[in-house]
Ligand binder design. Sequence first.
Ligand code: ADP
Ligand code: MG
Length: 423
Amino acid sequence: MNPSDILKKYFGYDSFRNGQEEIIKSILSGKDALAIMPTGAGKSLCYQVPALLLSGITLVISPLISLMQDQVKSLNEAGIHAAFINSSLTEAQITKALNLAAKGTYKIIYVAPERLESNRFMDFALNSEISMVTVDEAHCISQWGQDFRPSYLKIIEFINHLPVRPVVSAFTATATKEVKTDIECILKLNRPNVVVTGFDRENLYYSVEHAAGRRKDAFVIDYIEKHPGESGIIYCTTRKNVDSLYEMLFKRGIPVTSYHAGIDNNTRKKNQDDFIYDRAQVVVATNAFGMGIDKSNVRFVIHYNMPQSMENYYQEAGRAGRDGENSQCILLFSAQDVIIDKFLLDNKNFEEMDTEDIELIKQRDSYRLQVMEGYCKTTSCLRNYILEYFGEKTFSPCDNCGNCHRDYTEADMTAEAKWVINC
Ligand code: ADP
Ligand code: MG
């Protein structure tokens, strides 16, 4: 079978999307790969398809238990033998999974990076044919990335221990130069095929509104009432904000639900499903909402507060318009947001990291916050601001964002003013 047959047979799709085929083919030719593609572009298929064609096992290193569970579930439903090994399993379940894995039952095994240090796992890996090691969410390896995980630094040691070096592929949606260099160096990618697909999401209309307190509430209500039936996400920085905004919208009779880590598991799952299956038009949530959620018809993402970085903003706003239809990404900015973000960063929990690392991360957090604030305050093209931050060249203003349109309004007003004066 070739990659297109696999795509059709297991995933039910007729054609590859931009970048997918190139990565798959280069992996199959034995080359390392680094793919930088925006959220929703379809990175998973880029390693799942070759995994089915390579002779041995593919190990996928993934940072989040829920992501592994979702992916394995859908692979199994598609008839693919896949499993995950992480701390959500009991010791007995891990033994069972490793025994089955050692017999070659699974083509794809998802593991948390910490697992690579376990002797039992190493034993299994040393005695199996590992064809590929895939590092998903590879920006976690970089202290420049927004969610650095020290355990990602162990991946290379693990690879070095294997009797035959597998193909190594890395995937991320974070495209800054620093992160890219870190991934290549720390994972010691061997002359990788680097594929960067464009970061522009043409169907997204970005805008920033300067509004504080009540004006934010008024904006949200007005927006929802003017867009009846349109599915949307409203992100707030704090759980408290989520609760109060939810309450207010609920009282207005808007079909709304809410999501944050303080809501108990069952209710949270139910709320998430209500949104996904369109029983609730709007979800008010913290940034705990969204990872691994694949809802295509989200028409708007409103940020009630400024997020802490462009990486976060791009990822969260990017949950709008996955179906390619026009969608709005609106950020409601107030100076108070910056103060809250600074407070949250100052009180970030670093657990067992070295003082030196903590210092470095703090500097970078603070830089990222400044860039984010810059986005809220710029009067130039917002799309270009995003693209340039992610290292893309831009040529002219997009004519499809709040600032580009605002410029025109101002230009018109000036013309009108001139006319009045001339008269
Ligand atoms: P990413 O990891 O890049 O954020 P995913 O791998 O989660 O994105 O894929 C996002 C969605 O796109 C999934 O629902 C996936 O099934 C779908 N998808 C991926 N490749 C294709 C394709 N070639 N044709 C149609 N849909 C695709
Ligand atoms: Mg992904």
